[in-house]
Structure formats: C-alpha cells, structure tokens
Design a protein around this ligand. Structure first.
Ligand SMILES: C[S@@+](CC[C@H](N)C(=O)[O-])C[C@H]1O[C@@H](n2cnc3c(N)ncnc32)[C@H](O)[C@@H]1O
Length: 288
C-alpha cells in the first residue's frame, strides 16, 4: 500500500518522522522541492503542499530513509564554502575532508609561499571538492585533478566551470597519466574502507570505487605513496586522508618511502584522519 501524500509542511515533517528521517534532512528536502529557505518553512507549518510537491517530497523521504545521501537528493553539497553539484557518480564530499584542504592551504601560505606558482595535484578528485577548494583558497596555485572515473570527471569539470575556478582535469589511474611538471603539493582522499567493513552496506548508494580498494583498504593509499617518487619535487608535500584506524600504517609507509616531517591531523572527535610528509629524497627537480 502506498503512503498517503502529506497535505501540509507539518504533515510532511510528520511523515519524515515516521520513516525515521532526521528533521533537518526533511526540512532541506522540503525546502529544495518548494524552492524556499529552511527559515521560510518554520513560519509556514500549516501551508498546503501542491500535490506534485507532496509526491516528490514523499519519494525523497523514502529514498533518504533507504540511505540515499541528502546531497544526491538535493543535488548540492556545501564544501569549504563552495556550493558543489553532486550526483551518484561521485562521493558525497565529507566535512572531514576539509581538514586536508586546510592543511594544504596552510602549506601554500607558509612553507610554499616562496613558490610563485605552486603546482598542486588532487588524486581521485570525485566532485572536484579538494582541487576546487584549494584553487579558491590559493588562486596563485596551478591545480590539476585526476580520477579514474570519466563520469566523476564530468561532474568535477562542470563544478569548476560553474564556479569559475580553473583546474586541469585528467583521466588517470592514480599518477600514471599525469604529465610534467612535477608537483610541489599532492593531495588525495583515496578509497580506503576495507572490503569487509560493516559500514560499507550503509554507503551502498555511493560509487563502490570511491569507497573501497578491496582487501584491507590500504591498496590505494599505498599506490599514491609509491607513485609520488616520480612526480613530487624534492621538498614537496604529500597529504592523505585515511580511515580513523589507518594513521599508523600510513605513517609507516610514508617513512619507508623516504618522507620526512611526517605528521597527522585529527578530526573534531580526536580521530587521526589525515597524514602527510615532505619528500626529502632527490626528486625530478628542487623546489623553486
Ligand atoms: C573517497 S573518493 C574522494 C573524492 C573526492 N576527492 C572527495 O574527497 O570528496 C575517491 C576517488 O578516487 C577515485 N579513484 C578510485 N580508484 C582510482 C584510481 N585507480 N585512480 C584514480 N582515481 C581513482 C574514485 O573514482 C573517487 O572519485
């Protein structure tokens, strides 16, 4: 039996409650379908919903209850102050990834401030979130971004064009198709969830290749670290997002690959979520 259509804003919020959808998510979905703000909703609890809006909202609520990310339903995600378009072809960018962006911008404004046009690469760009946020925060940087998924690159490229941020987009299996010049700063939030992780089923609406490289979850992180030698300038930095329990493994691999000044950044809950280091071995060239 199909659920009754909600006649008013209040009824739609009640339907959301019945489906186990959070009130805030339901408000965003309603606001999106009505073309109004959330604050408008608060003052119009008893307003009648047009039948087509009621049907669309109910379908949205049912999909949200099934675990579809809110961003896929509204088509947008705010990331580091940018309004990104997202589709099921890309990972829904997470707030935790802003830690990586902040670290990158600190380096660009600090140690790399002497470099007139720092070369930056984002490996596994998805929606373009990291690359676009870095270009926005550091306009003097030359940013390239790559992904193995052509569908993801189309979303990222469209985001760059809409936001007026010039990033070079490239289809590549990690570093393999990245042409010179070598880079001062490499950033990556690769797939890192282990194949058997109990959280994976709940993420089933996002692209599996964006979530897990299979096995113990470390293969993509290892590929990015291993490939850095041919593309990262001596003195350049590699920053990686990883799982809350992978920091030690990532630091060990960075050290084994010859990185120095290895550090880790935590999220607000105190979990170790990003690790990085500086390449000190002789690379293709020195920092300019
Ligand atoms: C965790 S998502 C990160 C997306 C985006 N950077 C973000 O932070 O929201 C990982 C991305 O890596 C890409 N990817 C997976 N395997 C890859 C490979 N072998 N080479 C390049 N990109 C790959 C996926 O398509 C996906 O877009």
């Amino acid at each position: 039996m199909s659920a009754a259509l909600p006649a008013t804003v209040a009824e739609a919020l009640a339907a959301a409650r019945g489906l186990g959808v959070e009130r805030l998510d339901a408000q965003w979905l309603l606001a999106h379908r009505l073309g109004k703000s959330r604050s408008w909703l608060l003052a119009h609890d008893t307003d009648a919903l047009p039948a087509e809006v009621a049907a669309a909202v109910l379908a949205d609520l049912q999909r949200r209850a099934d675990g579809v990310p809110l961003a896929y339903l509204t088509g947008t995600r705010e990331f580091h102050g940018l309004g990104l378009h997202v589709t099921p072809d890309v990972l829904d960018p997470r707030p935790d990834t802003e830690i990586l962006v902040d670290w990158a911008l600190e380096l660009l404004a600090g140690e790399l401030a002497v470099v007139e046009t720092p070369q930056v690469v984002d490996l596994g760009t998805g929606s373009g979130a990291i690359a676009l946020a870095v270009k926005q925060g550091c306009p003097r940087s030359s940013v390239r971004a790559l992904d193995a998924s052509h569908a993801a690159l189309a979303v990222a490229r469209a985001n760059g064009e809409r936001l007026g941020l010039a990033v070079g987009w490239l289809a590549s299996d990690w570093w393999s198709a990245l042409p010179p010049p070598p880079v001062h700063l490499a950033l990556s939030n690769p797939p890192y969830i282990a194949a058997g992780d109990p959280h994976l089923p709940a993420l089933r609406h996002e692209p599996i290749a964006a979530l897990t490289p299979g096995g113990n979850g470390l293969a993509a992180l290892e590929a990015v670290i291993a490939g850095a030698a041919g593309h990262l300038l001596a003195g350049g930095w590699l920053l990686l997002e990883h799982g809350y329990d992978q920091a030690e493994a990532v630091r060990r691999r960075l050290a084994a690959a010859g990185f120095e000044h290895i550090g880790t950044r935590c999220d607000l809950a105190g979990h170790e979520r990003c690790s990085g280091g500086q390449r000190s071995l002789p690379g293709p060239a020195r920092l300019a």
